[in-house]
Ligand binder design. Structure first.
Ligand SMILES: Cc1ncc(COP(=O)(O)O)c(C=O)c1O
Length: 472
């Protein structure tokens, strides 16, 4: 498929604007008190069409789920259906002020309550907070809960969080931010937790074990009940990184596996944008004994009436303003309602089927270190082909498809992590396999020149990270 991305010599809005000073008199209405009137606003004075064209140009120099296949593993970018956009843009929601009294916001509270109930039921937990604004913030919230809980039972000495070496980087980072020491344990060749290493690592200082199941290698941790015994036997809590919940929703649950707490990435399982035009949403759910520690408020129902409840005595306090990202909560709720229980379970089955289709098609092309049935994603290594994962990724991008995640998880050399999600078609997946094959066959000196069809050539990522230039 020939591909040439639009390229513009795009100026900044400030450069496009005829004057650097916004016409303040246009907004200085007589009803605005004198003391609040701005004398000068440093905004470019541009026509509406200038602004529209500017942002359309920028979007054309970008790549999105709406442009084409986006097989990014772990961070999962899935198609966000347009009906949810329409609901999220409905003025009855967008014009609702977050401080509107519960009497006048029963509809919003109803939606939040239903999402709380659904997340509880599907994860097998007892209580939910919708407040955290991202998966990573959900982890951090949960770590603050672990600390406060341990303090409340007189075990503040428990200052260690154990994580497997396949964990997402946000797991140890969240633990460290909450003041814990992190202890890393190795995974086995098949991607599963090394039980002996876990037994050796747990002690009277262990506060929790953080794990995602299926793991970032896309394999189900079949020893989870044994892990539960080891962790609880040591008096620690078991934390479920629910980023990969889309692989088990409707089939099993963290509650059934013995977990005490969970965070959800609403964007992964319920098709909301990863960032949601700013913050995303990473609700946290816990078992009864941790309920009192959740951030407040939560939504409660009394008869037919909904209200905000602030009464948890041991609450860790707020982790976000108001009720979190209502716009993402609304989208996730719409998706959940639209799909229904059967539709969501069907999503899980399709996501798993697609990952296994990818794994089968890649056999003989790339090495797949974790053998056996895959769950939602497949991690392959390009090491034996002699081609770097980075070069393969650039070839894919140059051909008009988003590249898979590369170099994660860290335990797989030259890793390409592919998550087709339930939305991918067979044609999408076949195209990706074809591009990987072509990349491997391409002479090294040619592939290193790519991409050439994009609005930007090959960037020096190390330099970009070290010498940041964040404006121009
Ligand atoms: C396994 C895993 N855990 C945690 C996160 C962090 O989630 P977020 O990007 O919403 O902060 C991700 C990324 O999506 C992930 O893949």
């Amino acid at each position: 498929m020939p591909y040439h991305q639009a390229t513009y010599d795009e100026k900044t809005l400030k450069e496009i604007g005829s004057s650097n000073t916004f016409a303040v008199e246009k907004v200085n209405k007589p009803e605005i008190p004198e003391r609040l009137r701005r004398k000068n606003i440093e905004l470019p004075d541009v026509a509406e069409y200038d602004v529209i064209r500017h942002y359309v140009h920028l979007s054309q120099m970008n790549y999105a789920v709406d442009t084409g296949f986006y097989p990014l593993g772990s961070c999962t970018m899935k198609y966000n259906p347009k009906f949810a956009d329409r609901i999220a843009n409905d003025q009855r929601f967008t014009r609702m002020h977050p401080l509107t009294s519960p009497e006048y916001s029963q509809g919003e509270l109803h939606i939040m309550y239903e999402l709380q109930e659904f997340l509880k039921a599907s994860s097998g937990m007892d209580a939910v907070s919708l407040q955290p604004l991202a998966g990573a913030q959900g982890e951090y919230t949960a770590m603050l809960i672990v600390r406060k809980y341990m303090g409340s039972i007189g075990q503040s000495n428990r200052n260690e969080i154990i994580v497997p070496d396949s964990a997402h980087g946000t797991n140890p980072a969240s633990a460290a931010m909450a003041g814990f020491q992190t202890v890393e344990i190795p995974s086995k060749q098949d991607g599963k937790v090394d039980l002996e290493a876990l037994r050796d690592a747990v002690s009277e200082n262990t506060a929790a074990f953080m794990i995602t199941n299926p793991s970032t290698l896309g394999v189900f941790e079949s020893n989870i009940l044994e892990i539960e015994k080891i962790v609880h036997g040591a008096g620690a809590l078991l934390y479920y990184d629910g980023a990969n919940f889309n692989a088990i929703l409707g089939i099993t649950s963290p509650g059934l596996m013995g977990f005490d707490m969970v965070h959800f990435n609403l964007h992964k399982t319920f098709a909301t944008p990863h960032g949601g035009g700013g913050p995303g949403a990473g609700p946290v759910a816990v078992k009864d004994k941790l309920r009192e520690f959740l951030p407040v408020p939560v939504v409660v129902k009394d008869g037919k009436k909904y209200s905000l409840y602030y009464g948890y005595k041991n609450s860790i306090g707020r982790v976000a303003g108001f009720n979190g990202s209502f716009i993402n909560i609304l989208r996730a709720w719409s998706y959940m309602k639209y799909k229904g229980d059967d539709g969501l379970t069907e999503n899980t089955r399709k996501a798993v089927l697609n990952a296994n289709y990818m794994a089968k098609r890649l056999e003989g092309i790339l090495d797949i270190p974790a053998k056996g049935i895959k769950k939602h994603e497949v991690v392959a290594s390009s090491k034996k082909t002699g081609k770097r994962a980075l070069d393969i990724a650039k070839y894919i991008i140059n051909s008009g498809v988003h590249a898979p995640t590369i170099y994660f998880p860290l335990i797989v050399p030259e890793a390409l992590m592919i998550e087709p999600t339930e939305d991918a078609s067979v044609e999408d997946m076949d195209l990706l396999v074809k591009l990987i094959r072509e990349a491997i066959e391409m002479p090294q000196e040619e592939i290193e020149k790519l991409p050439v069809n994009l609005s930007i050539g090959r960037a020096d990522e190390v330099r970009a990270a070290r010498i940041m230039k964040l404006h121009w």
